[in-house]
Design a protein around this ligand. Structure first.
Ligand SMILES: [Fe+2]
Ligand SMILES: [Fe+2]
Length: 204
């Protein structure tokens, strides 16, 4: 494990039960809202995975871990990414919140021992998606959007549900289009998001 990570963990130890382990670690760092959200995303991901024939355990594991980098305070994420050797993109340096997806993948690998590149990929692109996204990437991406953690219903919810009757790609494109229309208001337009949007549009 990278020496930067150890002090974040306190006396926490993994037991191998990912849901319980994530919940305990988030509780230790007072990230209670993230714990509740992660549980909701894991449930949504498991449902979507079953519906689309995607491995359910992988989807659930990625979903539990997708926001685990909440244990790194927002103002330390840029330093953390650099300390951990991530190549930080200019858009990420301008808007470090977006780094939480890649930081969660680092924690999943180094703290939780996740080795499956498909699971690590789904965690690392859960906010932006990316070009050529796998079905697992999309399941976790969409589960995160279904488990909307703000008051009321998500504004894209009905369109997303309708598109899910068609395909994962159609649903991913609904949410990416929603962001695309608001791109001037986003903290930064991440290149992975632009590439995912262009990729899915070209294929739709
Ligand atoms: Fe997230
Ligand atoms: Fe999330």
């Amino acid at each position: 494990m990278h020496p930067y990570l150890r002090p974040l963990l306190g006396g926490w130890r993994a037991t191998g039960a990912v849901g319980a382990d994530v919940r305990r670690l988030l509780a230790l760092r007072d990230c209670h809202a993230t714990a509740a959200h992660s549980e909701a995303v894991a449930e949504a991901a498991s449902r979507l995975a079953a519906r689309y024939g995607v491995p359910e355990r992988a989807a659930e594991e990625a979903a539990w871990l997708h926001d685990v980098s909440a244990i790194i305070p927002a103002e330390k994420r840029l330093d953390a990414a650099r300390a951990l050797g991530l190549e930080v993109l200019p858009e990420e340096a301008a808007f470090p919140m977006i780094l939480h997806q890649r930081l969660s993948a680092v924690l999943a690998g180094q703290v939780f021992g996740v080795e499956d590149p498909a699971v690590l990929s789904a965690i690392a692109c859960h906010t932006t998606l990316k070009r050529g996204a796998s079905t697992l990437d999309q399941v976790v991406f969409l589960a995160d959007k279904q488990a909307w953690d703000q008051p009321g219903l998500p504004p894209y919810g009905a369109d997303l549900a309708r598109a899910l009757d068609e395909s994962l790609e159609a649903a991913s494109l609904v949410y990416l289009s929603y962001l695309w229309e608001r791109r001037e208001t986003l903290g930064a337009l991440h290149p992975w998001l632009r590439e995912a949007y262009e990729d899915l549009r070209a294929r739709s």
